[in-house]
Ligand binder design. Structure first.
Ligand SMILES: Cc1ncc(COP(=O)(O)O)c(C=O)c1O
Length: 435
């Protein structure tokens, strides 16, 4: 155990839950062994507190750094913003430039608002939808952050959010009076969606879903969503916080032929600097004038500057096709190495956000995989988020290491001793109280 784990132990005494983001908890990767903190991150390399260098073939800043860590071009733009003042009594003109850029890329949208985090940008979108429709109930599918509108679904039924990406999210602290204000449905489940429409029809103020995540939209699913939201005049909000700018230069909804009224972008849009963007049709977005939605640091300059620089680089370098190619090679590599080593895995998700699960003892084997990949010099888990800094050499070295580690796993499966090979506890999944 290195300095990172020592610091994490101290962190848990003063920071409840250890870190502000569930997906960064070392327990989610490799309890008691994960390096936990970084000294430096550049390209796809990460140096931990003991100066050990790793290649990050896992989440790349939990999906934020699609260009790679500390990207030169984005950093130059950000440094310029810092030099010229990140905050001022007057507004940053880049807000208007970014608004026009987002509208150019999404010609169906007419107006834009900003936040910084993905969850808060989603909360802004939901507030706008409720304000515009004058109705309360939100139907949603998938994960959309930590805010009350979303967690209130678990006031109605404790396991309502299970299966919506992160199981076990507790609504403690969400006002009980919000019970019955949001209801989940499963992606692709037309029957479930139509039942909710039937049950709550004229009280529904918004429908929220991701364009795509782990599975492809089935024939007719989006048609039903668009048909019913149009029929009832309900704003359709598409959450592009994770899917946006990965398959194409803009929202994945455009390639998937989903036509939203509002779309929300964050994290991947600004390569590691906080920025959240809510775009939409004038008839709905204009309601933001009649509801108080306002925050000081939503007006700082780095966010829009970083987003403009990130999107410009993506456009110039055709970054999305690189992200897709990398993910495709990784998914094909996982599949062929699993066959070669006689391991059963299930591969899913779009190429830039690739994922696999072991069929047998999934959590134990995932922990063993992470442990052994770490000793090969990789930050790795059962997800791979591609970035522009991942080049062929990283993919080749990574897949060589996966081959080695799959061999260890095969032997462990045959001997039935996978758990004994772990140097610490099995990794966690979902939301849990930490001890
Ligand atoms: C689809 C989706 N929506 C919302 C969020 C929340 O974003 P943030 O963590 O920036 O609040 C995430 C984060 O993973 C996400 O994937």
């Amino acid at each position: 155990m290195g300095k990172g784990q020592d610091l994490y132990k101290k962190a848990k005494k003063v920071i409840p839950g250890g870190t502000m983001l569930l997906s960064k908890r070392p327990e989610m990767f490799l309890p008691e062994q994960w390096p936990a903190y970084y000294k430096k991150a550049k390209g796809c390399y990460v140096w931990d507190l003991d100066d050990v260098k790793y290649t990050d073939m896992s989440f790349m800043g939990i999906g934020a750094c699609t260009l790679g860590y500390a990207d030169e071009d984005v950093n130059v733009a950000v440094q310029n913003a810092i030099e010229n003042g990140n905050m001022c009594t007057l507004n940053a003109p880049e807000e208007v430039e970014l608004a026009n850029l987002m509208i150019e890329l999404h010609p169906w949208a007419e107006m834009v608002r900003y936040a910084r985090g993905g969850g808060e940008a989603m909360a802004v979108a939901v507030r706008i939808a409720r304000a515009a429709s004058h109705k309360d109930i939100i139907l949603f599918s998938g994960y959309h952050g930590w805010h009350d509108w979303y967690l209130s679904a678990n006031l109605a039924e404790d396991s309502a959010l299970d299966g919506q990406l992160l199981p076990g999210l507790k609504p403690n602290g969400v006002a009980r009076g919000m019970k019955g204000t949001s209801y989940p449905f499963f992606y692709n489940n037309k029957t479930e969606f139509l039942k909710l429409i039937k049950d709550h029809g004229n009280k529904i103020g918004g429908v929220v879903l991701e364009a795509i995540r782990n599975i492809e939209p089935e024939e007719g699913f989006f048609d039903i969503i668009m048909q019913e939201t149009k029929r009832l005049g309900i704003p359709l909000i598409v959450d592009e916080v994770s899917s946006g700018f990965r398959l194409n230069l803009g929202g994945a909804h455009m390639v998937l032929k989903l036509e939203p009224d509002i779309a929300v972008f964050a994290k991947g849009i600004s390569n590691g600097y906080p920025m959240g963007v809510i775009i939409g049709k004038r008839e709905f977005m204009d309601a933001a004038q009649d509801s108080f939605i306002s925050s000081t640091y939503w007006t700082e300059r780095i966010g829009p500057v970083a987003a403009i620089a990130t999107i410009s680089k993506m456009r110039n370098k055709n970054v999305q096709s690189h992200l897709i190619n990398c993910g495709k090679k990784i998914q094909e590599g996982w599949k062929s190495l699993a066959v070669k080593n006689n391991i059963k895995i299930h591969v899913s998700s779009i190429y830039p956000l690739s994922h696999f699960d072991f069929d047998e003892s999934p959590l134990i084997l995932k922990t063993l995989f992470t442990q052994e990949m770490l000793s090969h010099g990789f930050l790795a888990t059962n997800s791979y988020y591609s970035c522009y800094a991942h080049k062929q050499e990283h993919i080749d070295k990574y897949l060589d290491a996966v081959d080695d580690v799959f061999k260890i796993i095969t032997k462990a499966i045959i001997k039935g001793n996978a758990e004994n090979l772990l140097l610490g506890p099995v990794c966690q999944t979902g939301f849990k109280r930490l001890s």
